[in-house]
Write a protein that binds this ligand. Structure first.
Ligand code: ZN
Length: 262
């Protein structure tokens, strides 16, 4: 019997006050039954950590809230996405990325390997620099990025490039933590010597599946990201928000952004 099951069993037999006295002070457990948009199963969403954004997992496919919400947004605006040409930059190995790879007829994923030839296939992905892509103009219906745009050194170029590769009426659908909310966006790091990050503020890295060092955070975005995207690429952006436990969607910085190419 796991410690969680043990506490669940005794929970009903002792008072909450008594329970609180035997649990570690940082104990957290939250679960909810619902439907997962990624694996399309009735599942249980569970978290053992109060930071639901990275820990509120689907019991079947392991997806996290922002991945599930991105699929909901994709289905809502582009229900025919399975027949589209979709480019995903820096995919993950679960949830949305796996679903897109499995179900979309013309899905291409790219990763950034700066020491390899751009445009070539490296480890099953096309090698691309989001700021200088080798794709032709107007080849994709949808570009997907999940928590990538806070790591690019020249976001102006990246948004412009994404727009260049999108067909007319195509869209960039993406998650990015809008940590600054109503505050202006801030540059967090610039490209320093030898492509190393030169931090303007406290150094910050996020996990990166293809780089053990992690990815440096280069931008702290706020809601003014929509003005930045308009100025860099001409695309109009809407910010989607959802708080719905039935889909296991409850988390800080849960927004999904949709930038449409006119
Ligand atoms: Zn799932």
């Amino acid at each position: 019997m796991t410690i969680i099951n043990f506490f669940r069993k005794v929970k009903d037999k002792i008072s909450k006050t008594a329970l609180a006295s035997v649990l570690p002070s940082n104990f957290f457990y939250f679960s909810h039954k619902g439907f997962c948009p990624c694996c399309e199963h009735d599942v249980v969403f569970r978290s053992h950590n109060s930071w639901l954004r990275d820990n509120f997992l689907c019991s079947n496919c392991g997806s996290i809230p922002r991945e599930r919400f991105l699929i909901i947004v994709l289905e809502k605006y582009y229900p025919e996405w399975r027949t589209f040409h979709i480019h995903e930059s820096s995919p993950g190995d679960r949830g949305t990325s796996l679903k897109l790879k499995k179900e979309c007829e013309h899905y291409v994923s790219s990763q950034y390997y700066p020491n390899e030839k751009f445009g070539s296939n490296v480890c099953g992905h096309r090698n691309e620099d989001l700021e200088n892509q080798t794709f032709d103009n107007e080849v994709f219906d949808i570009v997907i990025t999940q928590d990538v745009m806070e790591h690019v050194y020249n976001p102006e170029k990246a948004f412009k490039e994404i727009s260049r590769t999108l067909k007319k009426n195509g869209a960039h659908i993406f998650t990015v933590p809008l940590v600054n909310k109503f505050k202006s966006s801030e540059v967090w790091a610039t490209k320093g010597y030898d492509n190393r990050p030169f931090f303007q503020k406290t150094p910050e890295f996020h996990l990166n599946p293809v780089d053990s060092e992690g990815s440096p955070v280069t931008m702290h975005w706020g809601y003014d990201i929509v003005d930045f995207i308009k100025a860099s690429s001409g695309m109009d952006t809407t910010i989607e928000y959802l708080n719905d436990l039935n889909f296991g969607i409850r988390a800080e910085f849960i927004e999904v952004l949709v930038s449409r190419k006119p």
